[in-house]
Design a protein around this ligand. Structure first.
Ligand SMILES: [Zn+2]
Length: 248
């Protein structure tokens, strides 16, 4: 009985018409979220799931005003966890796809909500929507420096802070500019490992699907009805399964 079940689990998934269309595309946008890093042992940073796991986590804009030392400590712990984690099969299959598409004069443009840099460590090129844990930024002049994870001051006199956007601070402007450029020349959009709690992601998916009419796919565990309704195809499964749904 157990053996039969395992065999069934290894069967490739049945793709619908929309999925077949997407895997034949040459220029694709991929948005990745916390679900992709979960098998590497990293917890979600933002949203309801993160709040449930760690209700007092100092990752709100107000915390930076009220308790900056705790914000820095919290990000130091997260940076250590990220440095100790390894990219998983999901990250690796995305890298393989990005390289293959680039070699065929196509593109897989990746936007990640994750601050852990596991994509880079798997050799993918990505745009960070919320920043990177290994960097700090001066809150006055905007100069970036490698994270020291302690209270420090920039030569300009400004306070250095983690280069990660806190809750209530929106998303990276650079990433938005990159998305607007990418969406014009893309044929499809895929989201993996995100439940759509990011305002940026919901807005971007809406632009891609309604304004540009791109075919869309969501792969995540327990997708919500409201977010799922934004996509042509929704798959409730682990993020590592992304290899089945990426362009061939
Ligand atoms: Zn400065």
């Amino acid at each position: 009985m157990g053996l039969t079940k395992r065999r069934l689990d290894f069967r490739p998934p049945v793709l619908d018409k929309n999925m077949h269309k997407i895997i034949a595309c040459r220029r694709v946008i991929l948005i990745t979220g916390a679900g992709l890093s979960a098998p590497s042992g990293l917890r979600p940073y933002n949203g309801a799931a993160a709040k449930e796991l760690d209700p007092d986590s100092p990752n709100h804009a107000i915390d930076w005003e009220m308790r900056p030392r705790e914000v820095i400590d919290y990000h130091r712990r997260r940076a250590i966890a990220a440095a100790e984690a390894e990219p998983n099969a999901g990250h690796r299959s995305i890298t393989v796809c990005q390289e293959r598409m680039a070699a065929a004069n196509g593109s897989l443009t990746i936007f990640t909500l994750n601050t852990d840099e596991l994509h880079e460590r798997a050799n993918s090129h990505v745009h960070h929507v919320y920043g990177q844990l290994s960097w700090e930024v001066c809150s006055d002049c905007g100069t970036h420096t490698p994270a020291m994870h302690r209270v420090s001051t920039c030569p300009c006199g400004g306070k250095r802070r983690p280069d990660v956007l806190l809750r209530g601070e929106g998303h990276k402007y650079d990433a938005e500019v990159a998305f607007k450029a990418a969406v014009k020349r893309s044929d499809a959009i895929i989201c993996v490992g995100t439940s759509g709690e990011s305002d940026a992601v919901r807005a971007w998916v809406r632009v891609a699907t309604t304004h540009y009419g791109l075919p869309s796919l969501l792969l995540t565990r327990h997708p919500t009805d409201t977010f799922g309704a934004m996509f042509d195809s929704v798959v409730d499964n682990a993020s590592q399964e992304i290899r089945h749904y990426l362009p061939r």
